[in-house]
Design a protein around this ligand. Structure first.
Ligand code: ATP
Ligand code: MG
Length: 236
């Protein structure tokens, strides 16, 4: 076990009598961007939910910088520095409140895991900051994603789990969002676990790619080991 890492070891998750994740292990270290890819229903979101505590693993260990996470509630895990941006930024912001108010709330909840300033987040997502006085509920899908990521960063996480942040973003914005994520990892030294259907976009920014198939880890590799997205999909 590495002391400074977010680590899942031999994790098994069952919904009723169906095993959705079987003996899955992965590790993310600070300053590393790991992409988790796989077909629909492979178990990617379930892995993020198990790490963040939204579902419980029936087997295996989960640690963050050496601390056992399993006994901690999702909110406790968040306070200890584990950030999560849910699918399509769903539920991340308070819809009736303005973007500015939501960002303020996130700042108030900062855990002090890393140092992130409001100005730094503004630099990552300029389009979002043109809508500071708009209600979060009136944002477009892409803007909502940006707000969810911005809020998660202002909470100063040590590790950040992102579930398909590119969904709903225009192709040009996907590129920007991925570069912004890479920037976040390099600038703040956060460890990021990124679930992404847009494999091409993930390949461009990830340090490592982990492939999940039918609830089991197939293999892990560096982007340089793979010549094309096509080659990667062949592996699934
Ligand atoms: N609460 C639940 N109860 C029962 N089955 C569930 C539950 N949540 C997810 N599943 C099932 O577990 C499997 C894995 O789901 P999961 O959401 O982890 O997949 P995924 O890899 O994130 O897929 P996608 O790419 O479509 O988001 C799916 O077959 C799904 O139907
Ligand atoms: Mg999913």
């Amino acid at each position: 076990m590495t002391a400074d890492s977010l680590e899942a070891r031999h994790v098994t998750v069952r919904y009723g009598d169906r095993t959705v994740l079987q003996d899955c292990s992965l590790e993310v270290t600070p300053g590393e961007l790991v992409a988790l890819v796989g077909h629909n229903g492979a178990g990617k979101t379930t892995m993020l939910r198990a790490i963040s505590g939204l579902v419980s693993a029936s087997d295996g260990t989960l640690t963050m910088n050496g601390e056992d996470l399993r006994g901690l509630s999702p909110s406790r895990r968040a306070r200890h520095g584990l950030g999560m941006v849910p699918d399509a930024g769903r539920g991340a912001a308070f819809a009736p409140l303005t973007v500015r108010e939501n960002l303020r709330i996130a700042q108030d909840l900062a855990t002090g895991g890393i140092k992130v300033t409001y100005e730094e987040v503004q630099g990552l997502f300029p389009p979002l900051f043109e809508h500071l006085e708009n209600a979060a509920g009136d944002l477009s899908g892409g803007e909502r994603q940006m707000l969810a990521i911005a809020m998660s960063l202002l909470r100063e996480p040590k590790y950040l789990l992102l579930d398909e942040p590119s969904v709903g973003l225009a192709p040009l914005l996907v590129k920007d969002a991925m570069s912004a994520l890479r920037n976040v990892v390099d600038t703040f030294g956060i460890g990021v676990l990124l679930v992404e259907q847009n494999v091409q976009a993930a390949l461009r920014v990830a340090d490592r790619i982990v492939v999940l198939k039918n609830g089991e880890f197939l293999r892990e590799f560096a982007p340089s080991e793979i010549e094309s997205v096509h080659e990667l999909w062949e592996l699934f």
